[in-house]
Design a protein around this ligand. Structure first.
Ligand code: NAD
Length: 238
């Protein structure tokens, strides 16, 4: 059914969460092996931690930067990039900070929570590659502290990404959520904005979400990579 909806839709938007990248090897936040089961977010992903608990902050994010350098996009990310080239999908709104969609070749990507691929100086804003964290170099040439270019708890979403996501959600005829518990606000509003603007809503997530009741189709207990591969071969055969 989903392959027919994809083929028929004039404007399809994909919305991804941490579950999109677990098949690359990166843990998500909230499921059984999730990062938040091991570390306390209130201690780490905050500006307070950056300012007052720097050692643990940089250690946590250095590990996460090492994770994205070690792993990379999987077949599912590549299928989405290919679908964009074929105009089967039109954009991706992501909560992920791993940068894997862009690395896989997707062009129109709204990174709502920023990216771990770059760092910037807290004082002068100068940008650096996150390789610097790998080299345990945490200080800017101006003497300021380097932080990952992601959104910490309490910070607002980047305006460009937010505006793009808002427009895309309103334009969507088909809006497909891949691997998100939809428990983080305001990102979790986009599926509803799409639905209210007339889109068909599809949620593909191993576990149930609070938004399943709004969806026209829900797929549980399946891996995203497998589902995307299956749909891709059906589309190629048709
Ligand atoms: P979440 O951890 O709350 O939810 C992920 C969901 O994906 C879970 O419900 C889980 O059942 C499902 N899932 C996991 N692997 C799956 C698979 N292979 N197939 C299908 N479903 C799968 O993640 P979220 O909703 O994205 O939470 C948002 C926060 O997580 C964001 O702030 C995001 O920045 C952050 N995050 C990002 C990354 C990353 O960039 N890769 C990693 C961890 C957390």
């Amino acid at each position: 059914m989903l392959q027919d909806w994809l083929a028929a839709s004039n404007y399809t938007v994909i919305f991804t969460g941490a579950g999109m990248s677990t098949e690359s090897g990166l843990p998500d936040f909230r499921s059984a092996n999730g990062l938040w089961r091991k570390k306390d977010p209130s201690q780490l992903a905050t500006t307070e931690a950056l300012n007052h608990n720097v050692h643990e902050f940089v250690e946590f994010y250095r590990d996460r930067v090492l994770g994205i350098k070690k792993y990379g996009p999987h077949k599912g990310h590549k299928i989405l990039a290919d679908w964009e080239k074929k105009q089967l999908i039109h954009s991706i709104i992501t909560q992920n900070v791993d940068g894997f969609h862009t690395e896989a070749g997707s062009i129109r990507v709204a990174e709502l929570h920023g990216t771990l691929q770059t760092l910037h100086c807290q004082l002068c804003n100068k940008k650096y590659s996150s390789e610097k964290y790998v080299d345990e170099d945490f200080i800017c040439e101006c003497g300021g502290m380097l932080r990952p270019s992601i959104i910490l708890f309490g910070e607002s979403l980047p305006e460009d990404a937010f505006n793009m996501a808002f427009e895309e959600a309103q334009k969507a005829e088909l809006f497909i959520v891949l691997g998100s518990s939809l428990s983080v606000s305001p990102a979790n509003q986009f599926p509803l904005i799409a639905k209210e603007s007339g889109a068909k809503l599809v949620i593909i997530n191993e576990e149930q979400t609070d938004y399943d009741i709004y969806a026209d189709l829900v797929i549980h207990k399946r891996k995203i990579g497998e589902v995307l591969k299956e749909i891709d071969s059906m589309l190629r055969e048709s």
